[in-house]
Design a protein around this ligand. Structure first.
Ligand code: GLC
Ligand code: CA
Length: 546
């Protein structure tokens, strides 16, 4: 894997502080993560995305940094971090980190200086208004937890802008000094050896906010600048952006109209996420097919990152009210499982009622759709959520490693309780229990990921739905690339199905099943392909298309 490695990767995301504690203080750390790299190697992932690692008061789980040039001392030292990069590289694992520069923590020295005096050199690093802005109550990201986007600061004697919580003042990207500083931050981490960044809140970084003007102009050129900057420092470094915007606006994040991808390499496919969840809820693939057909065309080199769960709520805001209701009814029936009127704060296992075959189906589908799959820690063993935790913390509980105290995460009182007792407790669900069991979900993920890595056309080829009459609930898609062609059948419904894909047979060469939910009759002439309820089949049509 060399060129465009990100198109052939499986990304695993985790928060260092909830993964593995090494020194008995109840907080996960770099040394703990290092000790688990062999586990991740066996799982087969080859890129780690770490949630924010910087010093932080921790009011938004690290998405509020007080120093972009350091690591949170609770996680270890910069030395430990460098060690992690080295150990990961030894195992062929690249590390990307969260870059949260839309805002700082209000305890960041820049903001502290800015509020102390109008003459502070950092005053203009943030976004101010002397008078109460007319759009003060517009554009909140966390309804229910956030009352406004402009807050009056008594010491500063002015209003400051914050797209997110009031303790996260937005940096002023109209200020060239801020832009230069952000470049320095990127360069610093690249110099240490990170392979790229998951860029937080990109649409808000490039909007040039002015008080009272809710539709701010967008500066896409800054993304081009950042891309150039990192690419000169490290040729294979990547930007993976969070930009949950309307579909027609997505291409601009990748690059200039008509050109190649000269901005962000990879964007999370939030649309697909919502559609996938809807399709699962309705046991009908239509929403996914529809999105695959209407996805805007990406410039060459642009790539999607697919996901079923990330660290936030499942955001259903791009579904219609009716679609959202269907998802809520199936997967978030209790008010307490929902968040911000638009999302679900649960993990996939419990959402799917702990139904193993349905869980496999869901992940098989995500991992075979175009793009680079992102997997959230704990999903590979089917962890659950803890609804007694506030908001999004429900799905941020410590990793469940073993039967030992606190699930083997830590000997001490953990920073957040490990899920214990009952169906989802660590006594039932943990890595040790699944490691040696060939029938476990973990073993399934290992096989699935290994098979995927033998099928690079999924990540670097084209993806198309097979447009033919199909039994209800069934989705058939194919991936074609220089290395060959793969065909995928997924049955989102519970009824066994027989699929006739005879028309495809002539274009195959030694076709065979490479992965499936059960043993099926060989593919034969493709006219009688069996598919169980919640079943899936990965069929190699041919190797090499030359
Ligand atoms: C992004 C993150 C989220 C965080 C927010 C503010 O949306 O995914 O976790 O709270 O940005 O930084
Ligand atoms: Ca620790």
């Amino acid at each position: 894997m060399g060129e465009r490695w990100y198109t052939e990767s499986v990304i695993y995301c985790l928060d260092v502080e909830t993964f593995q504690d090494s020194n008995g203080d109840g907080i996960g750390d770099f040394q703990g993560l290092i000790s688990r790299l062999d586990y991740l190697t066996r799982l087969g992932i080859n890129c780690l995305w770490l949630h924010p690692i910087h010093p932080t008061p921790g009011r938004d789980d690290g998405y509020d940094a007080t120093d972009f040039y350091n690591v949170d001392p609770r996680l270890g030292t910069l030395g430990d971090f460098a060690e992690l990069l080295h150990e990961a590289a030894n195992r062929g694992i690249k590390v990307i980190i969260d870059l949260v520069v839309n805002h700082t923590s209000d305890e960041h020295p820049w903001f502290q200086s800015a509020v102390a005096s109008k003459d502070s050199p950092y005053r203009d690093w943030f976004v101010w208004a002397d008078k109460e802005p007319a759009d003060r109550f517009q554009g909140m990201v966390f309804p229910g937890e956030q009352a406004e986007t402009w807050t009056y600061h008594r010491r500063a004697r002015a209003w400051y802008y914050h797209r997110f919580y009031d303790f996260q003042p937005d940096l002023n990207f109209a200020n060239p000094l801020v832009r230069a500083e952000i470049k320095k931050i990127l360069a610093f981490w690249i110099q240490l050896g990170v392979a790229g960044f998951r860029m937080d809140a990109v649409p808000f970084i490039i909007e040039l906010t002015e008080p009272g003007r809710s539709e701010a102009p967008m500066d896409f050129d800054y993304l081009t600048e950042l891309r150039q900057h990192i690419q000169w420092r490290r040729g294979d470094a990547v930007l993976l952006a969070e930009a949950n915007v309307e579909p027609e606006k997505l291409p601009e994040y990748f690059g200039d109209a008509g050109g190649s991808a000269n901005r962000i390499h990879m964007l999370f496919d939030f649309m697909l996420n919502g559609r996938l969840v809807l399709a699962l809820a309705r046991q009908n693939p239509e929403p996914v097919i529809d999105w695959l057909k209407t996805t805007p065309k990406l410039p060459p080199g642009g790539q999607w990152a697919t996901f079923l769960r990330n660290h936030d709520e499942i955001d259903l805001s791009r579904l219609t009210a009716e679609q959202r209701e269907d998802v809520f009814e199936q997967f978030g029936p209790d008010e307490d499982m929902r968040l911000y009127d638009r999302g679900i704060r649960r993990r996939l296992g419990p959402m799917l009622g702990g139904d193993r075959s349905r869980l496999e189906l869901a992940y098989s589908l995500q991992f075979t759709l175009r793009g680079t799959p992102v997997l959230r820690y704990g999903e590979e063993i089917g962890m659950g959520e803890d609804l007694t935790q506030a908001g999004r913390y429900a799905i941020r509980t410590p990793m469940q490693w073993s039967y030992a105290t606190n699930g083997g995460f830590s000997d001490a009182e953990p920073i957040r309780p490990v899920i214990s007792k009952g169906e989802w407790g660590f006594e039932q669900i943990n890595v040790t229990a699944q490691r040696h069991d060939p029938a476990s979900l973990l073993a399934w993920f290992e096989r699935m990921i290994r098979t995927l890595r033998e099928s690079p056309e999924v990540g670097n080829g084209t993806c198309a739905c097979v447009d033919q009459p199909l039994p209800p609930g069934v989705l058939v898609h194919r991936a074609d690339g220089p290395t060959g062609s793969m065909l995928f059948l997924h049955n989102l419904g519970t009824q066994d199905a027989t699929v006739d894909l005879g028309a495809l047979a002539k274009d195959t060469h030694l076709p065979n099943d490479v992965f499936a939910d059960q043993e099926y009759e060989p593919v034969g002439d493709f006219t009688q392909l069996q598919l169980g309820g919640y079943g899936y089949r990965w069929i190699r049509l041919r190797r090499s298309n030359s």
